[in-house]
Each structure stands twice: as C-alpha cells, then as structure tokens.
Design a protein around this ligand. Structure first.
Ligand code: SF4
Ligand code: SF4
Length: 468
C-alpha cells in the first residue's frame, strides 16, 4: 500500500473558546422574587434620585473632580481627607468578608448592579417579546416585520434606560441640573458626551448581552468569594437526600412507594436560573444566590402537595446533619464571624466618631523656598511660610493665625484671612525670632489657625524654624 492510501489519523481541532448557549430565564413569582424587586426599587430610587436632591444650595452628593472636592450631604471632603476614602475601602472589604462568610452571595443575588440591571432589562424583554418559550421561538424564527418591530422596541427601551443610567452616573460628577440643561440645549461638552455614552453603552452591553457572563468570567468577587465560604455559610442548596432519586410521576403517586425522592425532574429550577445552571448538581461558582430556583421549586412542591424547601437557603453542615433553622442561626455566630464583626464594628464606630468630631478647617504649610532665613533691619531672624487655609464648611469664616513653640517667636504683623465657604485661601506668614534666642539649626514651631467668631474651630500644624 502506498503512503498516500494509508488511513490518516484525524486530530480533532479543539476550539480555544466555547461560546455558551444563550440563557432564556423563565419569569417566576414568589417570595424571593418579590424581595429581589424590593431591593431593585430601593437601590434604583437611591441611584436615580439622590443626585437630584438639593442640600445647602447645591447637590447633596457630588464628586467634583475638577474642583477636587467631594460633597456628601453636610460634609465637604478635600484631597487631604483621602484617609476617609481609605477607611471606607477597608470597611467595605471587612463588610464583604463578614457578609460573604455569613450569607454567601446575597449581595450578588439581590443588590449587585449587574443583577439589578439584568433584572430590569429582562423585565423589559419579557414585556415586549414574551416569556421564555416566546423569546426562544422568536429568536429561532426567520426575520419578519413582527420580529423586527419587537426587536426595535426592545432595544429602543433598553437604550433609553441605558442612556438614562449613563446620564445619572455622570450627574454624580457634574452638577446634574447643569448637565440636564446642557443636554437639552445640545451643548454638552465632549467629555460629558463621552462618559454618558460610555456608561450607557456599558449598561446596555452588560445587562442586555453579557448578563451571566459577567458573573461567570469577569467579576473578581465571584472568583474569590469561595475562599470566604465555609460549611456553615448560607447557600442556595438542593436537598439531595430528599430529592433523589428524581423522576417524573403523577400527583397521585406516593413517591416512597415508587422508590422516588421528591424531585419530579420538571427542570423548572433550571429554566428560571439567570445563569442557566442546574442547582441539583451542587454548589457552583456560577450560582449568584438569587433564589429564583427556590421560588420555582416551591411552586412545584405546592402543586404536588409536597412540603416546600426541596431547594432552600441552607448550609452544607445543615444539609448533611439535617439541622434545624435554630441550629443554622446558632452556628452563624462562629469565631470567624465574631472576629470580623468586632473588627468591622470597632472601625465603623471610630470612623463615625472621627467624622462627627471633624474640625472644618485644615492648614497646609510650605516653607518659602527662596530663602531659609533672612535678617530684618531690626536684626531679628525671619523665616517665611506659605499657609493654605481650607474652609471645609459651608459658611464663610474669618481665621486668625498665631505661631508658638519658641520664646520670643512672633509674626511680623497680625495675620487674618477671610476664607469663603468650601474654599481655600493662601497667605504668607513671616515669623520672627530675636537674635541670640536660639542656637543655629532647625527648631520645631506650631502654627494655629482659629475661627475668630467660633474659637472652638481651630487647627494646629507643626513646622520648623531655621536659625542660621
Ligand atoms: S423545580 Fe424542584 S422538582 Fe422541578 S426539577 Fe427542580 S428541584 Fe426537581
Ligand atoms: S441556581 Fe438558583 S440561586 Fe443559583 S443562580 Fe440559578 S436560580 Fe439563582
């Protein structure tokens, strides 16, 4: 046999990426679905509404990056307040550890923006194209005037919601009323237009198309949260002991007599799942803990006259040991949780106390770089400092500057500054010391800035006086 007639070994080509089939979640009603809508409403009322709330004659929450000032209700935060941002990040991380250890993925299932916007987009899709079977049929059907009309209506509604979301998001960084009026007058700046379109496109893409892919492949929280899970963490779980062996049967059949468990293998729990997984295969990374499968299965159990809870919120230990709800609650108070709670609550208390005690004035001191020290005509030694006084309150204030720390130290002339609300003012402070009062070198001194009308509002900062 010649080489060319020998049978060839065919090596199958494996694709680098396998595209996931599109998920068509079936709509569902139930206790947890209502809770998901409650959280969707609450979070979206806050998100879409807060930026319109006026406060002290300005927007209540505004992150003014140009002016490098963050307004959060009564607080005006400056770059010098970056510590609060750092503390906020630490608090968020601790809250995440604590919450995930106790309650698993409740955040993902109820309040994560990806979940909430997917839910809103699905609601629109459901009302325009119909429920799962109609949507699957429509997608499989050839293009027609009806299909085109439905798709245009759906994408039009999605785009309106997405652009409104992008506009609202930008409205936290640019005063939203000015943004709205610029938009109506078609005079948005290039950057404003870009960011509105960018966030609008991100919402449209993530909630309309990416959906569960974001949770499965992109969200970092989904990838590492299992590290925080332990056998007592609350999860959405299928009770295998009760459900298996699964199988179809009529309502009149007593499962035990047929050697069956309570799962009738109707697959409705799979059809309602927004990530398209089968919870009966056990805990999976793709499960966002939305509990749609609990609502679905409870309805099936009701129809079959079986007790509810074949799929339920539980823990690995509780399923294994058939533990009661009281035991689950008791075990949630485990050492790891208590440590996280103590650290989180302590840091939160310190932060709240620090914010409440925060003095609304800040002082930045810079030494005059032109000369370390000069001798005045009277023979005193003079150092010059550039002071920047920041008024972090929303009333204009008159501040007086004093200096101390060395005998005979004084300012060349009384120094007062009027600082407008939420603004800063600079002045040069000329500090003098009598000759011979100090040996040569650098000496610690203190500047104090005090509100003339309210002396309890003051700040003191250290500096150094240079004696030649
Ligand atoms: S909905 Fe319940 S009964 Fe139906 S397949 Fe899922 S677990 Fe089984
Ligand atoms: S398995 Fe259940 S809880 Fe998990 S994502 Fe699917 S429907 Fe939601």
């Amino acid at each position: 046999m010649s080489d060319s007639r020998k049978p060839q070994t065919v090596i199958p080509i494996q694709p680098l990426f396998a595209s996931d089939p599109k998920v068509y979640p079936r709509s569902i009603r139930g206790v947890f679905q209502r809770w998901r809508w409650v959280f969707a409403w609450l979070t979206q009322i806050v998100f879409y509404g807060l930026c319109w709330l006026p406060w002290n004659g300005r927007q209540a929450v505004l992150f003014d990056l140009d002016a490098r000032r963050f307004y959060v209700f009564d607080f005006v935060l400056w770059p010098q307040d970056i510590i609060y941002l750092a503390v906020l990040l630490v608090l968020s991380a601790l809250a995440l550890f604590l919450f995930t250890t106790v309650a698993g993925r409740l955040w993902c299932g109820y309040t994560c923006p990806q979940t909430v916007y997917t839910e809103l987009f699905l609601w629109i899709e459901h009302h325009i194209e119909g429920d799962r079977p109609q949507r699957m049929k429509l997608d499989a059907a050839p293009w027609s005037a009806r299909k085109l009309g439905l798709k245009v209506a759906k994408h039009g509604a999605w785009l309106v919601l997405a652009l409104w979301t992008g506009f609202t998001f930008v409205g936290y960084f640019t005063p939203i009323r000015e943004l709205a009026s610029a938009m109506l007058n078609l005079s948005l700046s290039g950057w404003e237009t870009f960011w509105v379109l960018f966030y609008g496109a991100a919402t449209y893409g993530n909630a309309g198309f990416m959906r569960e892919q974001m949770c499965k492949y992109i969200c970092p929280y989904a990838q590492f949260q299992f590290v925080m899970f332990d056998p007592d963490t609350l999860i959405v779980a299928y009770d295998e002991k009760r459900g298996e062996p699964r199988g179809g049967r009529s309502k009149k059949v007593v499962p035990a007599e047929k050697g069956l468990g309570d799962c009738i293998d109707c697959s409705i729990c799979v059809q309602v799942c927004p990530t398209g997984i089968d919870i009966r295969d056990g805990l999976q990374l793709e499960c966002i803990g939305c509990a749609a499968c609990i609502d679905a299965c409870d309805q099936v159990m009701d129809r079959m006259n079986y007790p509810r809870g074949l799929i339920r919120y539980s823990t690995e230990n509780a399923l294994k040991n058939r533990s009661s709800r009281a035991t689950i609650i008791k075990r949630s108070m485990r050492p790891r949780v208590l440590i996280y709670s103590v650290v989180f609550l302590s840091l939160l208390a310190v932060t709240v106390w620090t914010l409440a005690m925060r003095v609304p004035v800040k002082l930045d001191i810079e030494r005059d770089r032109a000369a370390l020290a000069t001798e005045t005509t009277e023979g005193s030694i003079e150092n010059a400092f550039q002071l920047q006084v920041i008024n972090a309150s929303e009333q204009p204030r008159l501040f007086a500057v004093t200096v101390a720390g060395i005998d005979s130290i004084h300012l060349s002339a009384p120094l007062e500054l009027v600082v407008p609300a939420a603004a800063s003012a600079s002045a040069t402070a000329r500090v003098r010391v009598e000759p011979g009062a100090l040996h040569g070198g650098s000496h610690p001194i203190r500047f104090t800035v005090v509100d003339v009308d309210r002396p309890e509002i003051s700040v003191t900062e250290d500096a150094r006086f240079w004696m030649p």
